[in-house]
Design a protein around this ligand. Structure first.
Ligand SMILES: [Zn+2]
Ligand SMILES: [Zn+2]
Length: 247
């Protein structure tokens, strides 16, 4: 299972970089986790948009779904040009069936996941946990049939012991880090760097990636604050740490 960071900003994109989007690849199957603003442009640095099999959406805030609509257009164009016959599959929670139907068009098939059921897409198994956020939002645990390793993506959430239990012993925890230590993240349904580190420690994660980053302050400070809580390796999400292997 390979993970590539496509976008890592919270709220809105940077000049040359996107908001939340992650690409999973194994055995020629390519699945997106979220499809934020700028994701369709960034993805084309690595793969053709016609090569994406599916997208699994955590929630319907714009920084996680802004490019979902244009991805459905790209699939309609790619099918018309004969670049692929396969549909783009989009999965979102069955809490959001109505919003999901907006994306149902030629070339795209929409479907729901249920919080208590495993979703299987090719070699990937997705499990879900409701987060603490102002709208319906789900953290995801992704395992592959080929390896025992697991990636947990918090999506957007305030600190939650339920998420820590869900992430127990994961290989990598991708934790949203929207604020710095001592800032009020919880009332916005987000976490600080310190809380991201604490989440990784309680979960017993092998490694931590700070993502969904703020457009203010010095991100190195986020790292240092998380390091005070968590002893394992910590990455700051960026193009530099673009590709991680979980064999
Ligand atoms: Zn967000
Ligand atoms: Zn959100």
């Amino acid at each position: 299972m390979r993970l590539r960071i496509i976008g890592y900003w919270g709220a809105y994109p940077g000049q040359q970089s996107a908001t939340s989007c992650y690409l999973l690849e194994e055995d020629g199957v390519r699945v997106l986790i979220d499809a934020g603003s700028g994701a369709a442009a960034q993805l084309q640095r690595y793969i053709g948009l016609n090569e994406i099999d599916a997208a699994v959406i955590s929630h319907f805030h714009h920084d996680h779904i802004a490019d979902l609509g244009v991805l459905t257009y790209s699939r309609a164009v790619d099918q018309a040009l004969g670049n692929t016959a396969a549909p783009l599959r989009i999965y979102a929670s069955d809490d959001e069936t109505e919003k999901l139907t907006d994306y149902s068009r030629k070339g795209t098939k929409v479907d729901t996941y249920h919080k208590d059921e495993t979703l299987t897409i090719g070699p990937f198994k997705f499990q879900f946990q409701r987060t603490k956020h102002p709208v319906s939002c789900y953290a995801m645990k992704i395992t592959s049939t080929a390896s025992q390793q697991s990636i947990v993506y918090t999506a957007d959430t305030a600190f939650s012991t339920d998420i820590a239990a869900f992430a127990e012993n994961c290989s990598l925890l991708i934790a949203e880090t929207s604020f710095y230590n001592r800032q009020d993240a919880a009332s916005f349904g987000h976490m600080t760097s310190t809380e991201a580190g604490k989440l990784a420690r309680i979960a017993g994660a092998d490694a931590l990636m700070l993502s969904h980053l703020p457009h203010f302050g010095d991100h190195q400070q986020l790292l240092h604050e998380a390091e005070a809580e968590f002893n394992g390796p910590i990455y700051l999400a960026s193009e530099k740490h673009g590709k991680l292997n979980f064999e």
